[in-house]
Design a protein around this ligand. Structure first.
Ligand SMILES: Cc1cc2nc3c(=O)[nH]c(=O)nc-3n(C[C@H](O)[C@H](O)[C@H](O)COP(=O)(O)OP(=O)(O)OC[C@H]3O[C@@H](n4cnc5c(N)ncnc54)[C@H](O)[C@@H]3O)c2cc1C
Length: 385
């Protein structure tokens, strides 16, 4: 049997032989004959309805168009290391920039360190300093559950919010790639109930048969998982295709409390304090300071390019049987500047998101966006087979 007649006969074994493991998965699925389809994926349905909404939360992502700031500086006689501006990717990247910031700190003679901020970036930086033998005090205006990090959807999104138009240097891209590799490995090692990190399957309902092949060119291949394109009859969504890929999920309230517990167990101290000026920071007893104040760095250290990307999440009653997430899938798109809708199941609720309002500082609920996100998910899940 020659190669052409193998394809014509449509046997699954034959298709596997002729396409080979390295062929793009999109191409394999697009040509897959009906008889060789995968058995349909069967998923429990998210009960999306207005009467199951239990809360709506707001967080201001600390966005820096030039990318996060990771740099050692001087503040009077002190060493001041900046580690802030992670935008929509702080939950993903924080172990990476924390580890790199702590490496910058080791040459400092004083073994006492101050960390400003107690979101995910401050907590992971404090832990990395402790692991290198520092005695660490965290100074923060707010601690979990009252940080932006607690308001996160918290999937693996290391380049979220970065647009093509923004100027970033090759040096910064190298930092990003290094941070992503460190963080990806570290988060994998924290998988389990203690830190609230799990691998689940994400589905992206789509009409685009090339959607599974997309790669993020800013990131190393080693931090990206492949997607499989499911064709008609292979998935329950009301679209022609759905992309299936593994995804890491972090539950912020479990994760941040566990990080705080670890910090205190290793002898760390927390001081609730808001700094208004660099002079107040300069008066601290520690000779080494790491600035992890997120959006607060704009006012405290005068970074003019820091802006918020306001994010809003609407939460439905938890459904423990839902163990998959979704990205996209709404047929009705509005002219709003939001991003695609997405659903993440957690023990504290079914999280519905998909908003990013640039340079919006208010914590008020945007009712129009709430309607778009909830209605989009009602439409998606009511049409699910
Ligand atoms: C809706 C939404 C969805 C998101 N989804 C994801 C996602 O899927 N994946 C992902 O990786 N990221 C996501 N993010 C982004 C992520 O939450 C942020 O990047 C991250 O929380 C930033 O952490 P941080 O520690 O820098 O800031 P914060 O959590 O804001 O912590 C800053 C700390 O600094 C303190 N501080 C600030 N100013 C001062 C001051 N002057 N004096 C003393 N203390 C000060 C604060 O009190 C706080 O303790 C999302 C965010 C939102 C809002």
């Amino acid at each position: 049997m020659d190669r052409r007649s193998l394809i014509r006969n449509g046997s699954l074994a034959a298709l596997g032989l002729v396409t080979g493991a390295c062929a793009p998965r999109t191409a394999a699925v697009a040509t897959r004959p009906a008889a060789s389809r995968r058995p349909p994926v069967v998923l429990s349905r998210v009960k999306a309805s207005w009467d199951r909404v239990i809360r709506t939360t707001i967080g201001l992502r600390p966005h820096r168009p030039a990318g996060f700031m990771l740099r050692a500086d001087k503040l009077d006689a002190k060493t001041l290391i900046h580690n802030y501006g992670h935008g929509g990717s702080g939950m993903s990247l924080s172990w990476g920039t924390a580890s790199m910031a702590a490496d910058m700190a080791v040459s400092h003679s004083d073994r006492r360190a101050a960390v400003l901020g107690s979101g995910v970036v401050g907590l992971t930086t404090a832990r990395e300093l402790q692991r290198r033998g520092f005695e660490v005090t965290i100074y923060a205006a707010a601690v979990p559950p009252d940080t932006t990090s607690n308001m996160s959807l918290a999937g693996w999104t290391p380049t979220s919010g970065l647009s093509q138009a923004d100027a970033r240097t090759p040096e910064w891209t190298a930092q990003l790639r290094q941070a992503a590799e460190i963080a990806y490995r570290r988060l994998q090692l924290l998988v389990g109930p203690k830190y609230g990190i799990t691998w689940i399957v994400n589905y992206g309902p789509t009409e685009n048969e090339k959607a599974a092949g997309g790669r993020n060119m800013l990131l190393p291949e080693s931090v990206q998982t492949g997607g499989v394109l499911l064709g008609p009859g292979e998935h329950p969504f009301p679209t022609t295709y759905a992309v299936e890929r593994p995804e890491m999920r972090i539950e912020p309230s479990i994760y941040l409390d566990a990080l705080m517990d670890d910090f205190v167990d290793f002898g760390g101290t927390v001081v609730i304090r808001k700094f208004e000026t660099p002079a107040e920071v300069s008066a601290l007893p520690e000779g080494l300071v790491v600035n992890c104040t997120g959006l607060g760095a704009k006012a405290l250290f005068g970074d003019p390019i820091m802006i918020p990307l306001k994010g809003q999440l609407t939460v439905l009653v938890p459904q423990p049987e839902i163990q998959y997430s979704t990205s996209g899938g709404a047929r009705v798109q509005t002219a709003e500047p939001g991003i695609g809708i997405h659903m993440m199941p957690r023990s504290d609720g079914i999280i519905l998101g998909g908003t990013s309002e640039r340079d919006v500082w208010t914590f008020d609920v945007n009712e129009k966006e709430r309607q778009r996100i909830v209605e989009g998910h009602i439409e998606l899940f009511s049409a699910m087979r």
